[in-house]
Design a protein around this ligand. Structure first.
Ligand code: TXA
Ligand code: MG
Length: 326
């Protein structure tokens, strides 16, 4: 595979340059612990418009603002309940996005015209170093959706970002290579505008962890699905989809790709794409395995879904949507 001109290793110089590049209104794709994000200065309307163009994403879908510390959260949000402070204290930096009433800083071009905004402190040394450098230069926050074309599988490596977006980036833009993402599915999104936390998108911060931290029972995605259908693009019925057709929990046939826990054997003639040892590894390896299916030109992929709670809920949520196609 050819090395993209956009990709750079994360030396101190490269990070400083990336922060400056962002402040000048260009785009920088960067690693987080969940998936790679396509970053833009969250106060720059033109830069944010380019994020939408580059992704091919409808402009009324809101973006998450990434911050280097919860201390600067108050610039972006209002009306923070006690339970959200507990969540931020316990799980930031981490795979969790909190939704609050927006401050005046969060303009319509970030929130898709809604009166709420999502904020997140990611748990990745490169993301945090970039956010800190950006903050030191006077920046306020980096808006970043997953660095894929709209509706596709999120990228978990710099190579995957390059494959998705190189054709749409400009020479001033950059992709920071911070290795493979460790969580592998997107952050848990929690609406903190009501009396109880509401999970809008399941992820690495699980229901149990939310209960543990807040002492409150979070509302589940199924209970809010109807209302949030338009607001959370990641909750669209069809999303996170590879070009190959995805089938769930059926016996794989000859010529089909197969993703399942290592304990499941591969039938003869079936192409094994991943054999994770547990649900954590399943989440980490899933998107790369779906990309591999497309690279190999496979037409169909069978996935045996992991059972149980925790991050398995997020995996099944993404697979359900991937199986609906693009
Ligand atoms: O793990 C992640 O969250 C990654 C990394 C890069 O941080 N980002 C990510 O962004 O997955 P994106 O844009 O691909 O998905 C964010 C989801 C979208 O479905 C968006 O609609 C929803 O968050 N969202 C953002 N702001 C929101 C808001 N104010 N209310 C409801 N949903 C919101
Ligand atoms: Mg996305």
């Amino acid at each position: 595979m050819s090395q993209s001109p956009f990709v750079s290793k994360c030396t101190t110089d490269a990070l400083q340059l990336a922060a400056t590049t962002l402040l000048h209104g260009n785009l920088v794709a960067f690693p987080t612990e969940t998936v790679y994000g396509l970053g833009a200065d969250a106060l720059n309307i033109q830069a944010v418009a380019r994020v939408y163009e580059t992704k091919g994403r409808p402009s009324d879908h809101p973006l998450i603002v990434h911050l280097h510390s919860m201390q600067v959260m108050d610039q972006w949000v209002e009306d923070v309940p006690e339970y959200a402070i507990a969540l931020a204290r316990d799980y930031w930096p981490g795979p969790m996005t909190l939704i609050f009433k927006r401050s005046t800083l969060a303009q319509d071009f970030i929130t898709g015209g809604q009166d709420t905004v999502g904020v997140r402190v990611p748990d990745h040394v490169v993301a945090l170093a970039l956010l800190e450098a950006f903050h030191t230069l006077g920046g306020s926050g980096i808006a970043a959706p997953s660095a894929n074309r709209f509706g596709h599988v999120s990228p978990t490596t710099a190579q995957a970002v390059s494959d998705e977006l190189s054709g749409y980036l400009r020479s001033e833009d950059q992709i920071l290579d911070g290795g493979a993402c460790t969580v592998g599915v997107e952050s848990t999104i929690i609406d903190c505008t009501g009396p109880n936390p509401r999970i809008l998108r399941p992820g690495g911060i699980t229901i149990e962890m939310i209960k543990e931290s807040t002492g409150l029972l979070p509302l589940q995605p199924t209970e809010v699905k109807e209302v949030e259908e338009i607001r959370v693009s990641g909750s669209l019925e069809k999303h996170y989809a590879p070009a190959a057709k995805v089938f769930l929990d059926v016996l794989p046939n000859t010529g089909q790709g197969f993703i399942a826990l290592a304990e499941s054997k591969t039938p003869e003639g079936v192409i094994r794409l991943a054999e994770p040892n547990n649900t954590q590894e399943f989440a980490r390896d899933l998107y790369e395995a779906l990309r591999k299916a497309d690279e190999m030109g496979l037409v169909e992929v069978v996935v045996e879904q992991p059972q149980g709670e925790g991050i398995a809920i997020a995996i099944r949520d993404r697979l359900e949507r991937a199986s609906k196609g693009r």
